[in-house]
Design a protein around this ligand. Structure first.
Ligand code: BG6
Ligand code: MG
Length: 230
């Protein structure tokens, strides 16, 4: 009898879905501000940095992003210089965020979040950003999240799946029952490595490893969300 109750409990836990959202470029239009801040630093260092180069930085931690830019320019730098540039980049990035509000939320995102809430589904954030919480606060959507895992919580950057695995664990969901919405190649790879369902948001030629791909959330309809829930 005890065993049966235990098994039933386990079944309920394993059946729970976790809807895990990346932040930058998925929920909010902040990817453009990261790009502008990195581009400013690259210019200062005499490194050419294009939107194509920027794709390599999406989903990638701040520290790793700087290394990629320095590699592009063939620059070797001291840790002291790197630390200075990391602070400068983040200060520039934050200066773009001073006045952000709900209008920065990307089209179609709010209806999907509200639909999931309406359907009693669990929502988590899985972001590499250390600035995630203030952004969710400023845009007014923090209360919609049941769990938050961000750049302050993880030691391994995407494509390592650590951030998504932690998010699923916080929601008591298995990896197989977790769905990840991502705009970066590294993030899609992370979700796939964890055997989660990857949903790419953006360019289908760039995100071709995703299980499903949508140009943006306005292309996601109720029947697709229902198919993920059931
Ligand atoms: C990711 C972004 O979400 O967060 C990257 O896609 C960014 O571009 C990374 O570098 C780290 O963000 P932050 O806010 O901690 O510098
Ligand atoms: Mg992103």
């Amino acid at each position: 009898m005890i065993k049966t109750v235990f098994q039933a409990k386990k079944f309920i836990m394993n059946n729970k879905k976790a809807f895990i959202f990346d932040l930058d470029g998925v929920i909010v239009d902040t990817a453009k501000y990261h790009f502008l801040a990195w581009q400013k630093l690259a210019q200062q260092l005499g490194i050419e940095f294009t939107p194509e180069h920027n794709e390599q930085l999406k989903g990638v931690s701040r520290v790793r992003s700087l290394d990629i830019i320095l590699e592009l320019g063939g620059i070797q730098a001291s840790q002291e210089d790197k630390n200075k540039w990391l602070i400068q980049k983040n200060d520039d990035y934050l200066s773009y965020l001073v006045d952000i509000d709900e209008s920065e939320i990307l089209p179609g995102v709010l209806p999907v979040l509200h639909y999931l809430k309406h359907k009693n589904q669990q929502i988590a954030l899985g972001s590499a950003s250390k600035n995630a919480k203030p952004i969710l606060e400023k845009t007014g959507i923090l209360p919609l999240f049941d769990a938050i895992v961000d750049g302050n919580d993880v030691s391994n950057a995407k494509p390592d799946p650590e951030v998504f695995i932690q998010a699923a664990k916080k929601l008591n969901a298995t990896n197989e029952n977790s769905i990840v919405f991502e705009d970066s190649v590294a993030g899609i790879q992370a979700a796939n490595i964890a055997k989660m369902t990857s949903v790419g948001i953006g360019d289908s030629t760039i995100l071709n490893e995703a299980k499903f791909i949508f140009k943006d959330f306005t292309f996601i309809d109720v029947s697709f969300i229902e198919s993920l829930i059931n």
